[in-house]
Design a protein around this ligand. Structure first.
Ligand code: M6R
Length: 612
């Protein structure tokens, strides 16, 4: 949500650098964009509702450029998407400008006070504008931007990343954060602040992660980080290992398609990092002993969206292999009930971005109750990673498309590895079975190529059904967990109303919706459940449904019953989700393409959901 870019350098050029940075953050989701520069000693703001291309149309004037500026892509929370509500916002005399990501919970009370005591007129409906005016008032009182920002953070409540600059101190930008991300980039003769690394990766791979409550002062020559008491903090530089290409499309039409095809590499990398030469799972860097593992009597896996769906597969794997009860919870629900968590609980948070507000808050709740927290995270140094006892990184590389694909499959790999490790530590797994699962996992990247070879057929099926208004996904066992992910993929990028349900539940209500032409995806990859799925397919076909099945190669029973059948290569039932999900991702992709949807940036969605 909301992307922030701040730049200070030696020479003019800030406009293009900031615009480029905002484009790299488009994946976060936004509905308006803006930029503020200090031009000839005065703050100049340009902002526009809609795509960044709309903003580009109004910033062409060459005199609108500078060596310092801030930019923003807004994802509306308070106030509709509009030119006025777009960021940056300024104080009354326009000597100060800010951009903000997050929500200021007490903005109303601050606004009323500013109007009452300082006669300030507000231009927008946003919560963020109060920050600009509050800073303006404090700056007038103390004459120092850093002090003003520090004071403002004591007055506001909520979640925020704020970057501010003032024409009265035109050599610096100042950032501060609470619960939403902020990183600083160390360039040559220039420095950066941003919501995420891709914003400045072209210029710098040297990064400082700014922690909650810290304030960072950035000039062209240095980056200085302070705690809330204004003590300077030493922070090690983090060197980014992935390059700009990894965050670009590399010849694919969309990031989503590129990321679908990157799954074999992501899976291989995630496995390689955790498998020893002798084929055993290593948890190097994770401080979990055999004793710790045998102490756990319950595991909570908590996450949102796609990551939650990965958790559901994790439950199957952990319960089957390590014989520990696993509860999988949606983070926004977990945090508002009274979950039974104590020192014997292992809490596993799954998050691609590591910044999802609900997951982060659930994690904090679990920690406060004594749970041990292990997180499965893709973004190194993100908030979830930093606040966990241990981190199991997915090595998917940067995922830019809003729809998660490679994050999901690498999260699944982590789930299997965690299950195997715990099972071995507890002695609940036979050696031969352990080895068999490891070998199956190792074989997945190769098998995915066979799934990719059916891409044309999947595209054809997508063309046939892209005008559908609704679709259903069914499955049994672990297939029912994957059906949820297939359905989410389809609805989020194609806007088709899709619904997933355990196949066995159909006749308890949903079958009432089946009529001539109703389209079903039937996932039938589980050997032991093939006949049961066959019966479900018969039941819906008898009522006129059209059935597209996903089954293992050679599964004649299912192929004969279904109208179309997409095959995955033979493999152990346990690991099928890693293969089954891929045709569903491709189907969603092509349906969305035939419908002319904005695939990488679906409407109303953000990549990183940093508000509740
Ligand atoms: O960054 P996270 O994994 O914590 O994000 C959680 C969900 O918002 C995310 O998985 C979302 O459902 C997917 N992007 C949808 O494809």
């Amino acid at each position: 949500m909301c992307g922030i870019v701040g730049y200070v350098g030696n020479e003019t050029g800030a406009k293009d650098i900031i615009l480029g940075g905002l484009k790299s953050l488009e994946y976060r989701g936004y509905d308006s964009a803006g930029i503020a520069l200090i031009c000839k000693g005065k703050i100049e703001v340009r902002k526009k509702v809609g795509e960044i291309s709309n903003l580009e149309k109004i910033v062409g004037d060459p005199s609108f450029d500078s060596n310092i500026g801030i930019g923003h892509t807004r994802w509306a929370t308070h106030g509709v998407p509009s030119d006025i509500n777009a960021h940056p916002h300024c104080n009354s005399d326009e000597t100060l400008s800010i951009v903000h990501n997050g929500i200021i919970e007490n903005y109303m009370e601050i606004k009323e006070q500013l109007v009452r005591e300082h006669d300030i007129t507000f231009k927008s409906d946003t919560d963020s504008e109060v920050i600009a005016h509050l800073l303006g008032v404090y700056f007038d009182e103390c004459g120092d931007l850093q002090d003003a920002v520090a004071r403002a953070t004591k007055r506001i409540r909520g979640t925020y990343t704020i970057v501010a600059m003032s024409s009265r101190e035109p050599d610096k930008i100042i950032g501060v954060r609470k619960d939403t991300p902020l990183v600083a980039g160390l360039g040559k003769g220039c420095n950066f602040l941003a919501s995420d690394i891709p914003a400045f990766l072209k210029y710098s791979g040297q990064v400082y992660f700014i922690e909650n409550g810290e304030l960072v002062v950035v000039t062209k020559d240095d980056i200085r980080i302070f705690d809330t008491e204004r003590n300077e903090i030493h922070r090690d530089v983090f060197h980014v290992t992935w390059d700009v290409d990894a965050a670009e499309k590399g010849g694919y039409e969309h990031f989503m398609l590129k990321e679908i095809h990157e799954q074999p590499a992501g899976i291989e990398e995630t496995l390689t990092r955790r498998l020893d030469d002798d084929g055993l799972v290593n948890l190097d860097g994770i401080n979990m002993t055999k004793e710790d593992i045998s102490k756990f009597n319950k595991i909570y896996i908590v996450a949102c969206g796609t990551a939650y769906h990965a958790g559901l597969v994790g439950k199957y794997a952990i319960e089957k292999m390590a014989k520990i009860t696993v509860e999988v919870d949606v983070a926004s629900e977990f945090r508002y009930r009274d979950p039974l968590v104590d020192e014997k609980t292992l809490f596993i948070a799954i998050s691609q971005s590591g910044e999802t507000q609900d997951t982060l808050q659930a994690l904090r709740l679990a920690r406060s109750k004594g749970a041990r927290v292990l997180s499965v995270v893709n973004v190194i140094g993100s908030s979830v990673a930093r606040e966990s006892d241990d981190v199991f990184y997915t090595w998917a590389g940067p995922e830019i498309a809003v729809a998660s694909t490679k994050a999901y499959t690498t999260q699944l790999v982590c789930m299997y590895l965690i299950a195997l490790y715990m099972a071995k530590a507890k002695g609940t797994i036979e050696d031969a079975y352990y080895r068999m699962i490891i070998n199956e996992l190792k074989g997945i990247p190769e098998k995915l190529n066979m799934v990719f070879s059916q891409e044309k057929e999947i595209e054809k099926i997508a063309e046939q059904f892209h005008r559908q208004n609704e679709m259903f996904f069914i499955g049994r066992g672990v297939d029912s967990a994957v059906s949820l992910e297939g359905s989410l993929k389809l609805k989020e990028i194609s806007y088709i109303n899709s619904f997933a349900i355990a196949a066995g539940e159909l006749k308890h209500g949903t079958i009432a919706l089946v009529e001539n032409g109703t389209v079903f995806f039937a996932l039938a990859t589980q050997d032991g459940l093939a006949e049961k799925m066959g019966s479900n397919i018969e039941e819906i076909k008898a009522r006129g449904a059209y059935v597209i099945a996903v089954a293992k190669e050679g599964s004649r029973l299912i192929a004969d019953l279904a109208d179309n059948c997409i095959f995955i290569p033979k493999c152990a039932d346990e690991v099928t989700p890693l293969l089954t999900v891929v045709p569903l991702q491709m189907f969603a992709y092509y349906v969305a393409k035939f419908r002319g949807c904005n695939i990488d940036k679906p409407k109303n969605l953000a990549k990183s959901v940093t508000v509740e």
